[in-house]
Design a protein around this ligand. Structure first.
Ligand code: SF4
Ligand code: SF4
Length: 355
C-alpha cells in the first residue's frame, strides 16, 4: 500500500496519459443530474457531484447486452451456428466511483462469480476494470452507508482511493491494479503514511459524523423467514407502490435480468436485459400462472431478498450499501430504511403482542 500526492494542476495531464492505456469513465453532468460516461479526450470527470443518479453498475453489467448471435444466410461460412458476440474487454478505469458503488460490485459478485456458476460477461468486464474511488467528504442526507457495511472512505472493491484535499488529491493505492493506474498516469510523488495517515483518518471521521441516517440490521438473521413473510405490515408497505421499477434500476446491488432472443429476418441475437422483481411479467410463467401476481408479493420479494434471503444465504450482511438512491428516487417515498426497521423489529413486536 502506498500514498501518492497528485497536484490538481497535474490531474488533467495524468488522465490524458492514462487514457493511452485505459478507456476512462467518470461522472458527467446531463441536464440536472450526473451519469457515468466514457470520457472523451481532454474531458475530465466532474467530481463535484455527490453521486450519479444511476449507479455505475452498467459499466460491468450493461442494461442491454448482446450475448450470442446467429445467421441463417448460407453464403456465410458460420451460418446456423450460435456464436458468442465479440466484445472489447480492454482495460478500463472508472474515475470518481464512490465507495458504496465499488462495494456494491463485491455484493453482486456473489451472484455472478461463484464456485458453481461463472458469468463470463460479468467476470471479464469486472476483471478488466480499475476502480479509482473518491472518498465522500460530504455525504448526502439520505446516505446510510455506515450501517450498511460500508462507509464514506470504505476501501473494499477499490483499487485506488482518492481524497480531495483542496489543491491536491491524496491517492491511496490498494491493489496492483491501483499501482498500475498510477504508473500509467505518471503520478509518482510518494508520501509517507506517517505524514498523511492522520489527515486521512481525520477526514474519514469528519465524513462519518455527517451521516445521520441509519438502519438497524442486527436481528434480521434471527427472525424466522416464514413469520417475516407473513408479517401484516407488507400490505401497508406495498400500498402506494406503483411497481415502476425505479428502485431496482437505480440500485447498484440489484442484479436481476431477463434473456430474450431477437430475430430479424435471417439473423438474430440473444440479448440479456436488466429486469425487475417489481414488474408483473418478471415471474409470469408460460402457463399464464404468476406466483407473484399482486404488488404485495412483488414489494415483499424486493425487501425480503435484500434484507433477509441474502443475509441468510451469504452471511455477508444486507444486499444494500446504503447509497440512498432508492430513497431519493422512489416516486411514492417508499423508504428501505423504514422497511428495514419494521423487519428488524418484527420478532420483538410479535413477542410483545403475544404477552
Ligand atoms: S421506486 Fe417506489 S414505486 Fe417504484 S417500484 Fe420501487 S418502491 Fe415501488
Ligand atoms: S437498496 Fe437502495 S440504498 Fe440500498 S444499495 Fe440499493 S439503491 Fe442504494
Amino acid at each position: 500500500m502506498k500514498y501518492i500526492k497528485i497536484d490538481k494542476k497535474d490531474w488533467p495531464s495524468g488522465l490524458d496519459k492514462a487514457s493511452e492505456s485505459y478507456r476512462l469513465f467518470g461522472p458527467q453532468r446531463e441536464e440536472e443530474f450526473h451519469s457515468f460516461k466514457e470520457l472523451e479526450k481532454g474531458v475530465e470527470p466532474d467530481l463535484s457531484c455527490l453521486n450519479t443518479r444511476l449507479s455505475p453498475k452498467s459499466l460491468i453489467y450493461p442494461q442491454s447486452e448482446a450475448m450470442m448471435e446467429y445467421t441463417l444466410d448460407q453464403s456465410q461460412d458460420d451460418h446456423h451456428i450460435m456464436k458468442e458476440v465479440k466484445k472489447d474487454y480492454a482495460p478500463q478505469a472508472v474515475i470518481g466511483i464512490r465507495p458504496c458503488d465499488a462495494k456494491a460490485f463485491i455484493l453482486v459478485q456473489k451472484n455472478f462469480d461463484t464456485p458453481d456458476y461463472k458469468d463470463p460477461y460479468w467476470i471479464r468486464a469486472y476483471e478488466s476494470t480499475t476502480f479509482v474511488g473518491l472518498a465522500c467528504n460530504s455525504p448526502c442526507s439520505s446516505c446510510f452507508c455506515t450501517t450498511a457495511g460500508c462507509g464514506p472512505f470504505h476501501e473494499e472493491g477499490l483499487d485506488l482511493l482518492l481524497l480531495d484535499a483542496e489543491d491536491h488529491y491524496l491517492a491511496k493505492s490498494l491493489t496492483q491494479k491501483g499501482d498500475a493506474f498510477l504508473n500509467a498516469a505518471g503520478w509518482d510523488a510518494e508520501v509517507e503514511e506517517d505524514r498523511v495517515g492522520q489527515q486521512i483518518e481525520s477526514a474519514k471521521q469528519a465524513a462519518e459524523e455527517k451521516i445521520t441516517s441509519f438502519v438497524n440490521t442486527d436481528k434480521l438473521r434471527g427472525i424466522d423467514t416464514n413469520e417475516l413473510y407473513k408479517a401484516p405490515f407488507w400490505e401497508e408497505v406495498a400500498f402506494s407502490c406503483i411497481n415502476c421499477g425505479t428502485c431496482t434500476y437505480v440500485c447498484p446491488t440489484c442484479w436481476c435480468f431477463d434473456i430474450q432472443d431477437e430475430n430479424h429476418g435471417n439473423s438474430g441475437c440473444r440479448m440479456r436485459n436488466w429486469d425487475s422483481c417489481m414488474f408483473p411479467l418478471f415471474t409470469l410463467h408460460g402457463s399464464g400462472h404468476n406466483p407473484r401476481d399482486t404488488k404485495i408479493h412483488r414489494v415483499r420479494q424486493r425487501f425480503m431478498h435484500k434484507l433477509k434471503y441474502y443475509v441468510d444465504k451469504y452471511e455477508n450482511g444486507i444486499q444494500c450499501v446504503g447509497c440512498g438512491r432508492c430513497v431519493r428516487l422512489c416516486p411514492v417515498n417508499i423508504d428501505i430504511r423504514r422497511v428495514c426497521e419494521l423487519m428488524n423489529n418484527y420478532g420483538a413486536v410479535k413477542d410483545a403482542c403475544a404477552v
